[in-house]
Design a protein around this ligand. Structure first.
Ligand code: ZN
Ligand code: ZN
Length: 681
């Protein structure tokens, strides 16, 4: 018969060679049968259970070990919980260990700090830190790493820095922790500073983690120059285009608005994962290159990658910018199929998408179905109502939001005030402006002032708007003055318009829209000499005019039309349709308002130019390509001019169609000769 000792050594061997949980469990069962209480053997068993991530079994064996347990055994258990969770158990065991009189060593501290870090338990961590200072091992590399890791994770960067400065030896992991901490919580400049300090003070070469986080910081700072310099370091370091570094480079260039280089890097990456695709799609989405974002979204799937939740907001935003309703519905289906609709960010993106595609009703359905809503979701829905001119519904929703116990933020109030402005609700606007300041103590920003000026100006209270601007406690920017200029345009106030335009053109000399506004004010009054002056000023300052452009989606494809555009394949049909419409419109009493043409040209030519405004081309194309009764949805980059507005009302009546136009400012729903904006835009 074998001796117990022999048996123990046999088991020791077997335990060590166990590859799976099942094998280990069988060995454990056989051991129980022999009745072995060998401490070493049981410790080994604990270690193996920890390695195989079976904390319940590890705990069971641990509890069975009688008598005092050494630090190694305690550490094994604490390490297990700190790695596999539940993390609170690691902290509980740490205190239990102390109660038995067993002293914690540097490993113990490192493990328990890791658990605190995972829980972001700053207070608990600070208590353990006190203990560490008492036993005098704060500057130990292992313990210090744990402390710095904890504080960086919790964003307590100052304390992290203090601990860091006390440490005598540093390694790359420690430096990376600091760089990552600063890159996540800021100040972001410090991440860049630490990146250089690491190399200069300690001679440590950056690894992929260092690069990854320092690029993240450059992206946050939108510091393209610094980003390029460090990009050069990557090239020189010959690390190769590691997928993480590649991804953070793509994200950095995209964030800084340099999509060309972002794309070059993306294309040159030997391996790409979902994060790479998300970065490039997000980049295109945020840099207003919607079509490219959507193309890549499709290509991503063709290459066999499944989009994630993170992919969706950029795609939804791109579709919203294009107002592509058919594709919106398709993507909504996809979102539901993948179960992303429960995500609050995706849901909010859908609300914004439908509202911008012209269907505030579907946006509302999505909103009602959301199981979780945050301030941003509520604000998006309020904004949706506002854009469509439903000021009353927007305000109702605001009240409901407060009743639901949510605290509006400054963005919510921008949405509320702009809804008041679109709905012409002057009293309500004043009420909410004061309410924001007095009840929520939110100091008004430029956007809020601009909304109020817009509201007062549109309603014709130009003097009040001017007074209001004079009382702004800071130097108001171009959005505020621009709103007043637009109001002068609506109400044909040349005198004030000239004064305001001077300010606006000083503040924003390269924006063609401002010159056009002033020029339109003069044109409306027949002051052609001044119109010419404005035009030559534009030439002198080399301001490029943004051509009017309208989009319409037909059969999942977005078609774009420029003013006077004759390039479209179906131009002849479009032209014939416009001619035909013109006849019916004249019969119904339509007179072209040529004041809205910038040039001092013959009346007949002016009429022709008006007839070729991009939205008219897009509407005609829509009428040709869709069956009777189908609503027509158009998106325009500029504001709809007065003539197109009148013309579209007539067209909606003649062809008996709903025509929904989203211009740079708001939505117009034309139906039976009327517009939802009530001619108020
Ligand atoms: Zn027009
Ligand atoms: Zn309208």
């Amino acid at each position: 018969m074998k001796t117990l000792k022999q048996a123990a050594s046999g088991f020791n061997h077997i335990i060590q060679s166990c590859k799976s949980f099942k094998q280990l469990n069988q060995t454990h069962a056989r051991m129980l049968k022999t009745g072995s209480k060998d401490k070493k053997l049981l410790s080994k068993l604990v270690s193996m259970y920890v390695v195989l991530d079976s904390m319940e079994d590890a705990q069971m064996v641990f509890d069975k070990i009688s008598g005092s347990k050494n630090a190694f055994l305690w550490n094994e258990m604490i390490r297990g919980y700190a790695t596999n969770g539940p993390y609170v158990e690691a902290i509980r065991l740490y205190y239990q260990m102390k109660r038995t009189g067993q002293l914690a060593d540097t490993y113990t501290f490192n493990f328990v700090l890791k658990a605190c870090s995972a829980l972001e338990a700053l207070e608990e961590g600070r208590k353990i830190h006190d203990e560490i200072v008492r036993v005098g091992c704060e500057s130990d590399l292992y313990v210090g790493n744990g402390l710095v890791g904890l504080y960086c994770r919790c964003g307590a960067m100052e304390i992290a820095r203090q601990v860091f400065d006390k440490m005598r030896k540093r390694d790359v992991v420690l430096w990376n922790t600091m760089i990552a901490g600063y890159a996540t919580h800021g100040p972001f400049e410090q991440a860049v500073a630490f990146f250089y300090r690491m190399q200069e003070e300690s001679g440590i070469k950056p690894d992929t983690f260092s690069f990854n986080f320092v690029f993240k910081a450059c992206a946050e700072l939108s510091d393209l120059e610094e980003g390029k310099r460090i990009h050069d370091c990557v090239v020189r370091s010959r690390l190769g285009l590691d997928i993480y570094v590649g991804n953070s480079l793509v994200a950095m260039y995209a964030k800084c608005g340099n999509m060309e280089v972002a794309r070059e890097i993306f294309d040159s990456m030997p391996d790409r994962d979902v994060v790479s695709w998300n970065s490039i799609i997000g980049g295109y989405g945020n840099n207003e290159e919607c079509s490219e974002a959507l193309l890549l979204f499709n290509r991503m799937q063709m290459e066999g990658l499944k989009p994630t939740r993170v992919t969706m907001p950029s795609v939804l935003k791109a579709l919203a910018d294009l107002a592509a309703m058919q594709q919106a519905k398709a993507i909504h289906g996809y979102v539901i199929q993948r179960g992303f609709d429960s995500d609050v960010v995706v849901g909010t993106g859908l609300i914004d998408l439908y509202a911008k595609c012209g269907s505030v009703e579907i946006a509302c359905q999505v909103f009602d179905k959301m199981s979780k809503r945050n301030v941003i979701s509520w604000s998006a829905m309020i904004d949706g109502y506002g854009m469509h001119g439903h000021g009353d519904k927007a305000l109702e929703l605001f009240v409901r939001m407060e009743q639901a116990g949510l605290k509006p933020d400054y963005v919510t109030f921008v949405c509320v005030l702009s809804a008041c402005s679109h709905g012409g609700l002057v009293d309500e606007g004043w009420h909410y402006f004061n309410y924001m300041i007095e009840y929520y103590c939110i100091p008004p920003r430029e956007e809020h002032y601009a909304c109020m000026v817009d509201l007062l100006g549109r309603a014709g209270h130009l003097d009040e708007a001017q007074n209001f601007i004079e009382n702004i406690p800071f130097e108001p920017g171009v959005t505020v003055w621009g709103s007043l200029l637009a109001a002068c345009g609506i109400h044909g106030n040349i005198e004030l318009g000239e004064k305001v335009a001077k300010r606006v053109l000083e503040l924003d000399p390269q924006n063609a829209g401002r010159y056009v506004l002033l020029s339109n004010i003069y044109a409306a009054a027949g002051r052609w000499d001044q119109v010419i002056k404005v035009r030559s000023l534009m030439k002198e300052r080399m301001v490029k005019k943004n051509p009017g452009c309208s989009l319409i989606e037909i059969n999942n494809k977005v078609h774009s039309f420029l003013v006077g555009d004759r390039s479209h394949l179906d131009f002849d049909k479009i032209d014939a349709m416009l001619e035909n419409l013109a006849v019916h419109m004249k019969e119904a009493g339509y007179v072209p308002n040529t004041n809205f043409v910038l040039h001092d040209v013959e009346e007949e030519v002016k009429e022709d130019l008006l007839g070729r405004h991009s939205e008219k081309l897009a509407i005609a194309f829509g009428l040709i390509k869709t069956s009777p009764g189908t609503p027509i949805r158009i998106t325009k980059n500029l504001r709809v001019c007065g003539d197109c507005h009148v013309a579209t009302k007539f067209i909606s009546m003649i062809v008996k169609r709903e025509i929904i136009v989203r211009d740079a400012k708001r939505f117009h729903v034309f139906r039976d000769g009327n517009c939802s904006c009530g001619d108020y835009w």
